[in-house]
Structures are given as C-alpha cells and as structure tokens.
Design a protein around this ligand. Structure first.
Ligand SMILES: Cc1ncc(COP(=O)(O)O)c(C=O)c1O
Length: 420
C-alpha cells in the first residue's frame, strides 16, 4: 500500500523534537495542560467561563481592562458602521482615514514625530528588522529577545546580514559583541522593553550608551510596556532615556491597548523608509478599520487624568500579589510590571500546579519549554486593573495551598533562558 505525501509530511513533523516534547505532555497530562481552552463567556472583572467552570482569568494581556470599557467597545461598533468589517487592501495602495488619524494620535501620545501601524508586533518585527539592515550592517539581539525578533533576524541573516547575540540584559557583553563584530556600516541592537515570560526590565540607559559609543541604533520591542508603564503609559523608553533620538520603538495595540495591531514610533523619515522596506507592510493587509477607531479612543483615555486612576488600580493589584507571593516564600520573578512569574521548575509540576489553581477557580498560564528552558517552568500571572481585591486575595490563598501540595523550587537556581 503506498503511503501518501500528506501522510509522510505529517509523520516528519511528528518527529520534530519540539512536537515530540509537547505530544509527550499531551499524552501524560491530558487534563492538566489547559491549552487550547475554549472560552464561553468573559465578564467585566476578568471572570471567564471555560470547560464548564467559572474562574478568574489571570492570563490576559489586556492589563488595563479596556476590552470591557463601553467607550472602546462603542468605538469598534461605530467603526464597523463607518467602514464595514474590513476594507481588504494593502496600505501600499490605500489606507482608511482612521489609520492616518490613529497614527497621528499615537505619535502625539508617544512623543515621537510619527508612527507606522502594523497588524501585529510579530509582523512589525518580522517585516521591519530585515528591512532596516543590509549586508554591510550587523544585527545584534539580546539572547532572550522575543521569538518574533529572532525570526526577523533569521530573514536578515538569509539576506546576508551578520547576526550575533549578547548575554541577556548585559551592557558589557553588548559592548564586547559590537567590538568583536569587526567593521560595519551601522549596527542595530534589538531587545525587549519588558521580558514577557518574567516581567523583568532591561537596563535601557546603559544599553543605549553602548549603542551610541559603537555606532548602533537601539530597537526596543516594548509590547508589554505599551499603555502600562511610563508616564501616560508611553512604555519603558521615554522615561528611561528622555528621548527617542537613538531608538526605534515598537508598541502593541493588542495588549494594554485592548485593540488590535502594533506600531513603530519613529521619525517621519523612518516611517517613509519602513513603508518602503517592510515586507509585511507591503505584502500583507492592514488592521481592520473598526479597531483603528478604537485605538483613537484609547489614546484619548491614556492622555486623560482618568489614566492615573486605572493605573493606580492596576498597581494596587500588582503590589498586593507580589507582596503576598513573596511573603509565602515563593520564587517570584518580575513584580515591576503586571506580569509576575512563580518558578515551578519541572514540567509536570508546572502543569499540575496550574491545574490545581484552575480547580480552585484561578486561571494562570503554565509556561514550559520552548518559552522558557527545560525544567524551568513558571506559572505566569497577568494582573489586571479590573481584578477585584478579593480575587487577588483568593489567588494568594490558592497559591499557599499549592505550595503545601507540590514541591517547588526555593531559590532561583535556574537561569531563565528562553529558547530561540
Ligand atoms: C515582546 C513581545 N513581542 C511580540 C509579541 C507578539 O505580539 P503580537 O501578538 O502582536 O504578534 C509578544 C507577545 O506576547 C511579546 O511579548
């Protein structure tokens, strides 16, 4: 009996080491994995009906809770009436007026000359990074840089650009790597503004000083800082550096913004150059117009005094959780941002501890390889401005029960180094 090419293709993919790793856990812990969840209902205070159970959702990037804000919802609805569901054209040919309006508002809020909107941060990184450098340049990444920057770097490398890594968040190692890179026309250094699995921040000012000394531009993917950190939620860069003179900053419109898409904040000149050189901008479609109307509404909220009140609620919840988790003696990573990770170590403990919390009514993400290294699993907790204090207290009590039930790491011991 002949075996079809389709069968051979599937069999080959099953052999991939990552697929074998994940399929092992699907077989071992079919009930504990909590992947591919289907949500039936979302409530205003992060309640979530899933698998026939009501839990409080501590796994959402919508940190300010603006997905539930009637003004943001009305903007999307109004946008649908104005533009229809999707205009369906590459922006190379035409953009709706709301796209222009959103870019002007974003730039003015961020404090850059201009902004260019992409449909996601992944598409911004995969399109812009290879477009910004050519054969005579070098591209340097933090070893923990988000997967989408690593993918962008692979395309740049295939185009003949020299690519290298420096040790995580280490300005001295960046200096060494740039010094050893030999002659280059210009270097681009790509880092995260917030490391998304641990909620930790890089030393931006020190890294930028090295860049300035070594003829390098800093490229900061601030996906998790956008709308959440810095004055007016402008992210990590402006507060740390005071200007964007040597930085191209990428922000998310899908996380703290609760809309859809991403942007690169830059000068008018770079906006023009990015339009000419980003393959994903040229060959891909735009953000659906209704979401661009919502982006304008969120910019107004971030620019208003109300923003401080939302941020205060978020910070109250982050402090409550971080203090409580530290008092329990758990190994807590992060705490400066609304992402806190509890080190759980081995994969089986990570999955089962996540399931344990779920049964107690709290959903957090059980994160294992490849997002973190083998045996360095974490429970990733995303705090929200809409969480009620009772929900945070309830999660802390459940974490205490979890600690009594499972053997958890008591020191950091493990160097958290995500796979590329
Ligand atoms: C640093 C970073 N960059 C990019 C992304 C992907 O963003 P998007 O979903 O907009 O592609 C994430 C997602 O969490 C992220 O943490």
């Amino acid at each position: 009996m002949s075996v079809s090419p389709m069968h051979n293709l599937a069999a080959a993919i099953h052999q991939h080491s990552l697929v074998r790793f994940l399929e092992h856990y699907v077989r071992e812990y079919p009930d504990a994995l909590l992947k591919d969840l289907v949500v039936d209902h979302l409530g205003p205070n992060r309640e979530m009906d899933v698998n026939g159970r009501r839990v409080t959702n501590f796994g959402s990037d919508s940190f300010l809770g603006l997905d539930q804000d009637p003004r943001v919802q009305a903007a999307v609805a109004h946008g649908v009436m104005r533009w229809g569901a999707h205009n369906g054209a590459s922006r190379v040919f035409a953009s709706v007026r709301s796209n222009e309006a959103a870019e002007v508002k974003l730039a003015s809020w961020l404090g850059t000359e201009a902004a260019l909107i992409y449909p996601s941060v992944t598409l911004a990184n995969v399109g812009a990074l290879p477009g910004l450098v050519s054969k005579r340049d070098v591209l340097i990444l933090d070893e923990h840089a988000h997967n989408s920057m690593q993918e962008g770097a692979k395309i740049a490398q295939a185009n003949g650009v020299r690519v290298a890594m420096f040790s995580h968040a280490d300005p001295r190692d960046l200096d060494r790597v740039l010094a050893e890179a030999g002659e280059y026309r210009v270097a681009l250094v790509a880092i995260d503004g917030v490391y998304s699995m641990t909620g930790t921040l890089p030393p931006l000012a020190e890294l930028n000083d090295v860049c300035l000394k070594r003829n390098a531009v800093l490229y900061v993917d601030d996906a998790h800082g956008t709308a959440v950190l810095g004055r007016k939620g402008r992210g990590t860069v402006l507060d740390a550096l005071g200007n964007y003179d040597n930085v191209l900053v990428v922000g998310s419109l899908s996380k703290g913004f609760s809309c859809f898409g991403a942007f690169i904040g830059c000068t008018h000149e770079f906006k023009w150059l990015l339009k000419l050189r980003s393959s994903t901008f040229i060959f891909g479609g735009p953000v659906p117009p209704p979401y661009l109307d919502a982006v304008c509404t969120v910019c107004d909220i971030l620019n208003s005094t109300e923003y401080e009140e939302i941020r205060a609620r978020l910070e109250r919840n982050v402090k409550h959780l971080a203090t409580g988790a530290n008092e329990l003696g758990l190994v807590v990573l992060g705490g400066e941002t609304p992402i806190l990770s509890i080190l759980t170590g081995d994969e089986d403990v990570t999955f089962q501890a996540g399931r344990f919390l779920f049964e107690k009514g709290y959903y957090v993400q059980s994160v294992t390889f490849p997002a973190v290294p083998y045996h360095a699993g974490v429970l990733r907790i995303q705090v929200n401005a809409n969480h009620q204090p009772a929900a945070v207290a309830g999660l802390l009590a459940a974490l205490g029960d979890m600690q009594r039930r499972f053997v958890l790491p008591t020191t950091r011991g493990i160097h958290l180094r995500p796979a590329a």
